[in-house]
Design a binder for this molecule. Structure first.
Ligand SMILES: Cc1cc2nc3c(=O)[nH]c(=O)nc-3n(C[C@H](O)[C@H](O)[C@H](O)COP(=O)(O)OP(=O)(O)OC[C@H]3O[C@@H](n4cnc5c(N)ncnc54)[C@H](O)[C@@H]3O)c2cc1C
Length: 388
């Protein structure tokens, strides 16, 4: 990441060790196994990556030390996330626990009871269990408060019925942090977060679609009269929506360095390609049209890096970043997609070839204009903040 002026010696050391793992171990392993972007990876295969990352001290970096993490700042995490995404490793989202790991839990740890910490949080930090965050339903997307999954109290249990749609990392998860309606008369104050183990009777996952990346990560989770002890309630009853919204700003910000990392890989490949591809008697990098695309890409990355790190510093200072996180998510997702598009253009027919890294990055970055709130919803959040 450019413009990172505050790099401690601990972070420098962590970056060096992380790079050594990525380039000397993970990527050679992926190449030896012949892994591709669209392969279906088994839970044990993925768990091996989580546990190796935990063993090396990279997994759960953002989790407080008391829970087995390293408690690193959001600023430092952004730099590491960018490094991991830019590495080109196929399984990079598993290295820092983005898919099913500690990143899914985020600041929800502060609502967990001691029993929940032992049963649900610590095993995720150790890479022994996976989790996912389930809010969206087939009829409830941007309008998240309109969810219908019901949790009805029956003695010491909740009985849960409903369907969660397009849930990332559910393919690797052992339990879902599930938003349920506990009191339908109270609107958002009737929504609660319940930890639901995915091997309970009545839970079923279906894989009826694939995102355009072709990656096998998302599924629908169906709950048919699933009995869950009331002790699985995370935080207070009726506070689930606020808990989820409280998590969302940091989450939106933390998606951004993954986008810049991917865009950085595409940019670096485009730069190299432009300097080596020969047309009309020399490298295509001597054409001003190509130079201008590269200049725009480098400028876009610099702008993205700068705003991400500024927002991260604000978050680390304990300030409200609702507006800044929405601005970052909006700008970075659109700019990085544009960078990937230019990288494809510079690569000519090579860039539009299925599963070339630049083509895959283009497809992957397109998703970010939808996930964790669409660009339109980010604009709504920004407008609300500046007009209030
Ligand atoms: C790959 C992937 C992974 C995902 N992972 C998860 C996950 O782990 N957990 C989870 O809970 N969900 C997940 N989702 C769901 C995601 O959060 C939703 O897709 C997203 O919130 C948008 O909802 P929607 O797709 O239903 O679109 P809709 O809400 O139906 O929106 C359709 C269009 O209308 C626009 N629109 C809607 N409302 C407004 C408005 N008020 N103002 C202006 N425009 C508006 C939208 O911007 C969009 O352009 C994932 C989705 C994808 C694609």
């Amino acid at each position: 990441m450019e413009n990172c002026t505050f790099i401690s010696s601990e972070l420098q050391d962590l970056r060096a060790r992380l790079r050594a793992y990525l380039f000397d171990e993970l990527i050679p392993y992926e190449q030896a196994q012949g892994f591709g972007y669209e392969d279906r990876f088994s839970k044990p295969e993925i768990r091996k990556i989580w546990q190796r990352s935990h063993q090396l001290g990279f997994y759960g970096l953002q989790v407080p030390r008391a829970l087995g993490g390293k408690g690193i700042s959001i600023h430092d995490l952004c730099i590491l996330k960018d490094d991991v995404a830019a590495s080109g490793a196929i399984l990079f989202p598993h290295v820092l626990g983005d898919w099913g790991g500690p990143a899914r839990i985020g600041n929800l740890v502060k609502y967990a009871t001691p029993d929940q910490i032992t049963r649900f949080i610590e095993p995720v930090v150790r890479g022994e269990m996976g989790t996912c965050f389930a809010m969206t339903e087939p009829q409830s997307g941007s309008d998240a408060a309109s969810i219908q999954t019901r949790a009805i109290v029956d003695g010491d249990d909740y009985v849960i019925t409903g369907c969660k749609h397009y849930i990332s990392a559910s393919a690797f998860a052992d339990y879902a942090i599930t938003m349920c309606v506990t009191d339908p008369d109270k609107g958002v104050d009737g929504i609660s977060a319940v930890l639901i183990e995915l091997d309970r009777p009545g839970v079923r996952l279906t894989y009826d679609y694939l995102p355009m990346t072709g990656q096998h990560v998302d599924a629908d989770i169906h709950f048919d009269n699933v009995r869950v002890p009331r002790s699985n309630l995370l935080g207070e009853e009726g506070k689930g929506f606020k808990t989820a919204i409280g998590r969302i700003s940091t989450n939106r910000l933390l998606h951004c360095p993954t986008m810049t990392g991917l865009a950085r890989q595409a940019y670096q490949m485009a730069l190299h390609y432009a300097q080596h591809r020969q047309q009309f008697g020399g490298p295509i990098s001597r054409f001003q049209a190509i130079q201008h695309m590269l200049a725009d890409m480098a400028t876009g990355l610099y702008a993205c890096d700068s705003m991400i790190l500024a927002a991260a510093r604000k978050a680390d200072a304990g300030q409200d970043i609702r507006k800044e996180a929405a601005m970052c998510k909006l700008f970075v997702s659109e700019k990085c997609f544009d960078i990937a598009d230019k990288a494809m253009q510079i690569h000519g027919n090579v860039g539009v070839t299925r599963n070339h890294p630049v083509e895959f990055i283009f497809r992957r970055l397109r998703l970010y204009r939808i996930v964790t709130g669409t660009s339109e919803i980010q604009r709504n959040t920004i407008a609300k903040a500046i007009l209030s």
